[in-house]
Each structure stands twice: as structure tokens, then as C-alpha cells.
Design a binder for this molecule. Structure first.
Ligand SMILES: Nc1ncnc2c1ncn2[C@@H]1O[C@H](COP(=O)(O)OP(=O)(O)OP(=O)(O)O)[C@@H](O)[C@H]1O
Ligand SMILES: [Mg+2]
Length: 494
């Protein structure tokens, strides 16, 4: 095997522009095809096979999964740099994971070492997540170079690299001991902002020491948590602003860390980006689609203002959507009509020292129960010690339609969902409230606070705050979810 050409081929295989470029590469590829272990190990290629191989030599040689990617300035710098610990907080669907997959495959195929077996990992916060994100694609990227079939049980791919064998392990950081205690040549921590704060210092960094391994720390930011601290330290206290179209990078030669970031719009379809701008509040949009470390500290419902006030009243001919929190002191609910894509809150219930039975009574007094759909706190599924049935079961037994998922969304995603309806990044409003009928909701919207990482300030519960906006949040997050890890639409009210 001619390793230099092999390296050139692989290095240039991410971004390919013109047919002439491909033609210029053809002799190299043909030579490689003849020299490579792929062909010499095969039973011999027919003319027909060779002709097909010539139509897209790179994909033929490396595998179909090596599709061309868009050229991108910061990505190219990242690929060519030898930064040991690149930190890559960028927007959703901006290609972070795709280039991470290629980095791992490239390393498994091409890196050299003085030891007989090189070992790489691709890790995500949970094993299931890691498997969903990486397993199939890493198999497809390396398939032409397998030493033996991958272990589906252990999630290990065995690769016949240009300079000897290597293994790729797909790992969930829910069990960090899978990383600990074994030497690694390199790896990826994906969705790093959602990993435990100490995962890097306690579990991963020590395991990279023996072999001077590298690691990419990849993910969308998550407020100002450990990921932010890491970037801040790398950038020596001031994170440079990202340039639309090109991205930004900052390499810190003293520490081995580097910062690389770019907007989703650089890679993602413009239609998708404008849809997100319409649906998300400004801060959430900047975090999720521009990879920005937003400070969420301060008032939680920043989107709330005069533009949300409306004189809507209850209309007995329209369906009523109820958001409900099962806290007993107070027990709270919000009452809304939905028109088109907008929520109109016409009423509320705020019942000190109460319970689900009393709330049911209250709803029956106010509404025709056949018109009502309740979107409650999902944890109301659990039976409480002082109740004979769960809160949700009680609501259903009383004849109400109830919509609840298996688990509640993350608090920060729920708050972001409410903010997104209050005012989205493109300035539109989809939440309105009748201030005269809903004083407790208004009070909450004006006072509830958030911590820097986006969670709510629990201490305010002692003041009776937070519960009624939680109730509103359950309704909104069920129907207009803002999810960490991607955007999907769900059927409203379904
Ligand atoms: N230059 C590029 N770099 C990376 N991906 C690209 C590029 N051009 C196009 N793509 C495509 O963009 C898509 C990006 O998906 P990817 O899963 O890598 O995004 P992500 O940033 O990890 O998103 P998420 O935050 O949702 O995990 C892939 O399908 C990939 O093929
Ligand atoms: Mg990803």
C-alpha cells in the first residue's frame, strides 16, 4: 500500500468540488485500487466492476458512505490542524457529528503508532444515544477495511488500518468506567454539554494520558455550564464572535485546546433555519443554531411583555386546553383556547392547600368536561403515598381527556418552549393572556428567575411562585416542544 497517496485521498475526500478534480485524482485511485488490500483480498474485480469504481473512485475505494460535504472554512482548519483537544460548540445540524465520524474513521484507518493496536472511542451521554448516533455510520465508513465483523454486543469495530489494526468503540458516558482504565489513541465526546461536568477531568482526560491521545469535545451549548467554562478557559476569558458563513476558531498553543465554532446556517438548508427562527425565542435560537453560550440567568420568561396581552374570554363553544401542575400548595392550572398556531389563556386556577379532587370539582363547575383536554405534569402518573390513585388516573377517571408523555421535558426546554411562543427570534408572538383574569400567571411571568445554566430558581417556590407557569409550560411544551437534540413536530393536542 502506498500510504502517502492513501492519506492524500482520504484527506481530500471530505470536500470535492468539480469533475475535473475527480479526474485528476483518477490515476491515484486506480493505482490505489490495484495496490489496496481491498482489491487484492477480493476474488478479483471484473471489468464491469472496475468501470463502476471509476465513476466515483473515492466512494468506491472508501465506501459509499463517504459522500462529499460542503466546503467550510473553519471545518477545514479544524481538519488540518493538529490541535489535541478541539472544543466544537456549534449549531444544530451544522455537521458536527458528521465530521466527528469522519475524524474517527480517518484515525482508525490512517494514524500511526508504536503499539500494535490503536483504540478510539465515539461517546455520547448515554449508550443508546451513542449507538443511535454513531454505530451504523461508523460501520459504513469503515466497512471496506474491516478486519473481522464488528461486535454488535460490545459496539466495537475492528479495522485494518494502513499502519496496522485499530478498534473503534461506541460508548455511553452513563457508564464512564467504560472509558476509564484503558489507554486510548483518540476519541469524540458528542453532546458534551449534556455530559456530567466532571466526565472530562475525572474519566476521559486521564485515559488519554498514556498514549497522548486526542479528543474532540463536540455539542450544542447548554447555557453557561461546564462546556462554557471550558471554552472560556481555552479562549483566555473572551470567546471570539462567530463569523456567519466562515465560522471562527481560536487555538491556544499552551494548553492543547482549540475552539472551533460555526452557525447551522453555514451548512443547513436556509428554509430550516428560518423555520427555527420563527419557532424559537432569540436566546434559544442563538444557542441552538449559532452555537452561542447564552446567559440564561435572570428573569425566566424574558419573552413576556405587553405584546402578549389580550382581552380573550372563555367561549363555551370552543375546546378548552388546560395546563396543570400537581403541587398541592398551591394546586394550579391555566385555561386556554387555541386558534391556529397560537395559545390564548383566558383563565387560571390557583388553589392554596388543595388537591386533585378539588381541581376536578373546579373544572366541572367551570366547563363541559367533554370540551376539556388536560396537559399535566407527567410525574403525576406516580401514585403518591397519601393518594389511592395517581393524579393523572384521577383526572381520567373523572372523564377528562389527558395528554402526557412518559416523562416531562427538561425544565430548560420547557421554559424555552414558553419563551419561544411569547416572542420568537423573528419577532412573532403565539401566546396571549387575559391579564385581568390571570393575575397569578402574570405575576409569575414577571418574577420567576432562572439560573445561569437555564434551570429555574427552585427557592422561589417558597414564595408560591413558579407553579402556575410550570402548568402553562406543560401545555406548551407538549404541543410546541423545544427539544435538546433536534426538532421534531408532534401533532398538536394529540
Ligand atoms: N461540510 C459539512 N460538514 C458536515 N456535515 C455536512 C457538511 N455538508 C453537509 N453536511 C450534512 O449535514 C448533516 C449534518 O448532520 P450532523 O448530524 O453532523 O449535524 P450535528 O451538528 O451533529 O447536529 P445535532 O446538533 O442535531 O447533533 C449531515 O447529513 C451531513 O452529511
Ligand atoms: Mg450531532
Amino acid at each position: 500500500m502506498n500510504s502517502t497517496n492513501y492519506v492524500t485521498l482520504l484527506k481530500d475526500s471530505w470536500t470535492r468540488k468539480s469533475a475535473s478534480w475527480k479526474l485528476a485524482l483518477l490515476p491515484v485511485v486506480l493505482m490505489l485500487l490495484w495496490q489496496s488490500s481491498v482489491l487484492s483480498n477480493s476474488d478479483g474485480a471484473t471489468n464491469h466492476q472496475l468501470k463502476n469504481q471509476m465513476t466515483d473512485p473515492i466512494q468506491t475505494y472508501l465506501g459509499k458512505r463517504w459522500t462529499p460535504l460542503k466546503d467550510h472554512g473553519t471545518q477545514l482548519v479544524l481538519r488540518k490542524s493538529d490541535v489535541r483537544f478541539p472544543i466544537i460548540p456549534s449549531g444544530r445540524r451544522s455537521g458536527k457529528t458528521e465530521i466527528s465520524k469522519r475524524r474517527i474513521a480517518e484515525a482508525a484507518l490512517l494514524e500511526q503508532a508504536n503499539w500494535s493496536l490503536r483504540r478510539y472511542f465515539a461517546a455520547a451521554p448515554t449508550r443508546q444515544q451513542a449507538k443511535n448516533i454513531y454505530w451504523q455510520d461508523l460501520k459504513d465508513l469503515t466497512r471496506n477495511f474491516w478486519l473481522k465483523p464488528p461486535s454488535e454486543g460490545q459496539l466495537i469495530i475492528y479495522v485494518n488500518g494502513a499502519y496496522g489494526p485499530s478498534e473503534i468503540h461506541v460508548i455511553g458516558m452513563d457508564k464512564p468506567e467504560r472509558i476509564e482504565g484503558q489507554p486510548w489513541d483518540g476519541g469524540i465526546l458528542d453532546e458534551y454539554a449534556n455530559m456530567k461536568a466532571h466526565a472530562w477531568t475525572e474519566n476521559v482526560r486521564p485515559a488519554l494520558a498514556d498514549r497522548r491521545g486526542w479528543c474532540w469535545l463536540v455539542g450544542v451549548p447548554e447555557g453557561r455550564n461546564h462546556y462554557y467554562d471550558m471554552v472560556l478557559e481555552c479562549c483566555e476569558g473572551a470567546i471570539p464572535e462567530t463569523i456567519p458563513g466562515d465560522g471562527i476558531y481560536y487555538i491556544n498553543p499552551d494548553t492543547g485546546f482549540g475552539f472551533f465554532s460555526w452557525h447551522s446556517a453555514d451548512i443547513l438548508d436556509p428554509g430550516e433555519v428560518s423555520a427555527a427562527r420563527r419557532e424559537l425565542d432569540e436566546k434559544t435560537f442563538k444557542q441552538e443554531f449559532e452555537g452561542s453560550f447564552e446567559n440564561f440567568e435572570g428573569l425566566a420568561y424574558l419573552g413576556f411583555g405587553n405584546h402578549n396581552l389580550h382581552s380573550i374570554e372563555y367561549d363555551k363553544n370552543r375546546p378548552v386546553w388546560v395546563g396543570m401542575d400537581f403541587n398541592v400548595d398551591p394546586m394550579t392550572a391555566v385555561f386556554c383556547h387555541v386558534k391556529g398556531d397560537s395559545v390564548y389563556q383566558f383563565g387560571e386556577a390557583y388553589m392554596p392547600a388543595s388537591n386533585t379532587y378539588e381541581m376536578i370539582e373546579h373544572l366541572n363547575e367551570k366547563f363541559d368536561r367533554r370540551q376539556v383536554t388536560i396537559f399535566p405534569d407527567s410525574t403525576g402518573k406516580a401514585e403518591k403515598s397519601n393518594a389511592t390513585a395517581s393524579d393523572i388516573a384521577l383526572l381520567k377517571k373523572a372523564g377528562f381527556a389527558v395528554r402526557a408523555r412518559k416523562a416531562n421535558p427538561y425544565v430548560k426546554d420547557r421554559v424555552n418552549a414558553v419563551n419561544s411562543l411569547m416572542r420568537s427570534a423573528d419577532g412573532s408572538t403565539r401566546y396571549y393572556v387575559n391579564a385581568a383574569n390571570c393575575p397569578k400567571t402574570i405575576n409569575d411571568l414577571n418574577k420567576v428567575e432562572r439560573l445561569p445554566d437555564g434551570r429555574l430558581n427552585k427557592k422561589q417556590e417558597e414564595l408560591g411562585l413558579k407553579h402556575i407557569t410550570d402548568a402553562l409550560g406543560y401545555l406548551i411544551a407538549y404541543n410546541w416542544p423545544v427539544k435538546t437534540g433536534g426538532y421534531g413536530s408532534v401533532q398538536r393536542g394529540a
